[in-house]
Write a protein that binds this ligand. Structure first.
Ligand code: SI3
Length: 310
């Protein structure tokens, strides 16, 4: 389940809805990815206005119809009212689920505060499966997911699962272990550690690199399914080699967008301020690494698909 990337127009930094249909086809046909998480971290959801988020969500749902399996919309916001409006909208347009991060300016002080907020958002879309998006490094809300999940279904009847974007495998493992009797989805969000999370009981994955390493990750998942751990580990190490390389160069949403443009040939545009576009040096290095690892062949590269800083 990869990240949706909305695509920004090159100069204006306005959203460019026109590439989403093309991108749906690319993900399905070239990356083998049919589940999309819209307006999350990679899609810069929190940098968009409410009206932009609604339009992006609508476009993904419309263009994904009969092509994608699931479109889950991230509707987290600092304002409960905005979050509820987005949740209601997701239900109206026929999304398959909603996800919410913890509000991160005036923060919940404990689990009960956080549940109270999430409950109100979930209630705005009572027929939609609800996911909690745990990403403490970005929200600064360190409430353990394991603690949050304890008794959550009594408070939020639509609770469906967790998108866990953290490296604390003790917390993740305990989320799985303590909820074995429930049919929760445990979606892991640290792509370089996915194999370890699968062993712990992850039921799926949501991540930025699946935009361009979806095929490779699917091969790892298939190897894991057929209990070929040695091959699965080889795939994970190969993916780690790339992530380790780009992390050392400085890797974030801007760089992800540049790599997505490079590999797909579909222009993602620059990120929105305060993020700055990836440098030409980063893109050149990333391209060389992708090629040396066999993740990108010359025929994959299309002319004029590079985003560089000037
Ligand atoms: C902090 C961050 O951006 N994490 C990514 C990962 O996919 C991450 O890029 C990857 O594991 C490389 O470190 C995802 O968890 C984010 C994500 O799922 C999203 O775009 O909502």
């Amino acid at each position: 389940m990869p990240k949706a990337q909305s695509g920004f127009k090159k100069l204006s930094r306005e959203i460019n809805l026109s590439v989403i249909g093309q991108y749906v086809d690319y993900l399905v046909e070239k990356q083998g990815v049919k589940n999309i998480f819209v307006n999350g971290t990679t899609g810069e959801g929190l940098s968009l206005s409410i009206s932009e988020r609604r339009r992006v969500a609508e476009e993904w749902v419309t263009k994904g119809r009969n092509k994608l399996d699931q479109v889950v919309i991230h509707v987290g916001a600092l304002s409960l009212k905005e979050s509820q409006e987005l949740a209601k909208h997701a239900a109206e347009i026929g999304a398959d689920g909603i996800a919410v991060i913890a509000p991160f300016f005036l923060k919940p002080q404990d689990k009960d505060d956080l549940i109270a907020f999430l409950k109100e958002v979930a209630a705005a879309a009572p027929a939609l499966p609800f996911y909690y998006y745990h990403i403490p490094a970005l929200t600064g809300v360190k409430i353990r997911a394991e603690e949050l999940l304890d008794g959550i279904q009594e408070k939020i009847p639509t609770f469906q699962g967790l998108k866990f974007s953290d490296t604390d495998l003790l917390d993740f493992g305990q989320c799985v272990d303590q909820n074995r009797q429930r049919q929760f989805a445990f979606l892991f969000g640290v792509d370089e550690q996915l194999l370890s999370a699968l062993v712990m009981g992850a039921t799926g994955a949501v991540g930025s690199t699946y935009n361009y390493l979806g095929q490779k990750t699917n091969q790892m998942l298939e190897a894991y399914e057929r209990k070929d751990l040695s091959s699965a580990l080889n795939y994970q190490f190969c993916i780690q080699r790339f992530i380790n390389f780009v992390v050392k160069l400085g890797f974030g949403v801007s760089q992800t967008k540049a790599i997505m443009t490079l590999v797909s040939g579909i222009p993602m545009g620059p990120p929105r301020l305060p993020l700055q576009r990836a440098s030409k040096e980063f893109i050149d290095n990333a391209e060389a690494k992708l090629k040396s690892l066999g993740f990108l062949s010359l025929t994959d590269l299309k002319n004029g698909n590079l985003e560089t800083s000037s």
